[in-house]
Design a protein around this ligand. Structure first.
Ligand code: FE2
Ligand code: FE2
Length: 471
């Protein structure tokens, strides 16, 4: 088991002290990271002590420490999950061979690209969320925002470590560029579209952590299968932290649903906007938007890149080893959607060519689970409305649906019908302005803004009215 050097300038379990060149290079990157954090990280409460979880180990028990820290003093570290002895490649053309501890020359640029694309999303989301603390609905929520932010920062460290350690000069350049691209920057934007959209309000933040962080989970889970063992171990540990980000989203949206239910009952009405709540149909529109934007992140239904990554063993499927097939996928088929003569139908292709679609399917099933929980709360409250995932073709910019308009029910629409009806399905400017108007910061411990119910419990056995952020 790797030993943890927790007191080092960069806490780590990768024996940085044993590689002076690498250590010096990362220590030279560290002040650039801190400068980026100060400039583009959280814009307020920068020096307030926040009750944060810090990774200090990777073991089964006690991998994290909880305490109040000022964010710039957060101990961002490099942690890889423990190495699995005799691990073998689980899929693709090299199935059954030993995993790689170094990068094979022929896959160097593919691996670097995958790491850069993943790494770029981490600081991007911090930038997108940088003003949200000003309107946090409670100190509990503000703390959760900051928790997500510092851990996305650590995920950037995780990817930068791989770039520095395994990709030489190119890797160091890529690491610097991670701090030079910025979310929404017209001249030098983040790599993926969804990470250049602002996160303007807390309902969007909860939707983002529910839907978009969950895309991250699926990307990391398929990279965890990688034959490149250091990448696999890095992603394995990142997934531990990532789970909490999705918890923030799932419980956040759930608390909005609960508050809406309470207001509907209290005032005996479906329209809770006069009472400072968020109507169910507006919640549905936010779901429609964030879900469809997140589906795009999986890429086109069929993809030669994804097939090549799989054949090479560098990116697998979600839970690759639990699947009961040949793990080569050249002779097994599956259906992917296609649009012919104005009708949505499907065609059969090899599984190997449809890996993006397979990962998207797994993601969709996972998304549905949260909706089932929210819908259970609605049903138990005697409310007949349900929140639904729209059809996979709704509001898409990538893949076969890209040049078509599809209703949430899966009906193909003409441009005219789309233009006439899209406002029923996606938040209008007016509605976004309404949601924004609800966003007022609440900083008294235990108090909540009026549009969201309190959580059922606090963090790490602390009460809900704990001083999660000290003002
Ligand atoms: Fe992350
Ligand atoms: Fe995340």
């Amino acid at each position: 088991m790797a030993t943890v050097d927790i007191d080092a300038k960069i806490p780590n379990n990768v024996d940085l002290a044993g590689d002076r060149r690498l250590q010096r290079a990362l220590e030279a990157w560290q002040p650039k990271f801190i400068r980026w954090w100060e400039d583009l990280g959280p814009s307020a409460f920068k020096r307030n002590p926040v009750f944060l979880r810090t990774a200090v180990d990777v073991g089964r028990d006690g991998w994290a420490n909880f305490d109040h820290v000022e964010m710039p003093d957060y101990r961002w570290g490099v942690f890889l999950a423990d190495q699995e002895p005799d691990r073998k490649i689980a899929f693709g053309d090299y199935k059954g061979e030993d995993v790689w501890q170094e990068v094979p020359g022929e896959y160097r640029s593919d691996l670097r690209r995958l790491i850069v694309v993943q790494g770029d999303t981490e600081p991007a989301s911090v930038e997108q969320q940088r003003h949200l603390s000003l309107t946090a609905p409670s100190l509990y929520d503000m703390r959760n925002l900051f928790q997500v932010n510092v851990e996305e920062g650590r995920h950037l460290w995780a990817m930068v470590y791989l770039l520095h350690r395994y990709f030489g000069r190119d890797g160091r350049d890529e690491a610097d560029e991670m701090l030079e691209r910025h979310s929404g920057d017209p001249d030098n934007p983040r790599i993926l579209g969804a990470f250049n959209e602002p996160t303007p309000d807390w309902l969007s933040f909860f939707m983002f952590t529910y839907f978009t962080d969950r895309d991250g989970k699926y990307q990391l889970a398929s990279l965890r299968e990688s034959a490149f063992d250091p990448l696999s171990r890095t992603c394995d540990f990142m997934l531990k932290e990532e789970a909490y980000h999705m918890f923030v989203g799932a419980t956040g949206v759930g608390r909005v649903v609960q508050r809406t239910i309470d207001l509907m009952h209290e005032h005996d009405t479906d329209d809770v906007h006069p009472h400072g709540g968020i109507n169910l149909n507006l919640l549905q529109k936010y779901v429609n938007f964030h879900y469809s934007v997140s589906l795009d992140l999986f890429g086109a239904e069929t993809s030669t890149n994804a097939a090549n990554y799989f054949a090479a063993g560098i990116k697998g499927r979600f839970q690759e080893e639990r699947r009961d097939d040949d793990h080569v996928l050249k002779s097994v088929g599956r259906n992917v959607p296609e649009i012919v003569d104005g009708v949505i139908s499907s065609r059969e292709v090899t599984q190997l060519s449809a890996l993006n679609e397979t990962l998207r399917d797994d993601y969709i099933d996972d998304c549905q689970k949260g909706l089932d929980r929210w819908n259970r709360a609605l049903a138990e409250a005697g409310i007949g409305t349900t929140i639904r995932l729209p059809h996979a073709g709704f509001n898409r910019d990538v893949g076969v649906y890209r040049d078509h308009h599809v209703s949430p029910n899966g009906e193909l629409l003409t441009d005219e019908r789309w233009a006439a009806s899209s406002a029923q399905w996606l938040p209008t400017d007016e509605e976004r302005t309404y949601v924004k108007s609800l966003m007022v910061g609440v900083t008294e411990p235990g108090k909540m803004a009026g549009w969201v119910a309190p959580p059922t419990q606090g963090i790490h056995q602390k009460p809900v009215d704990f001083d999660y952020v000290r003002l």
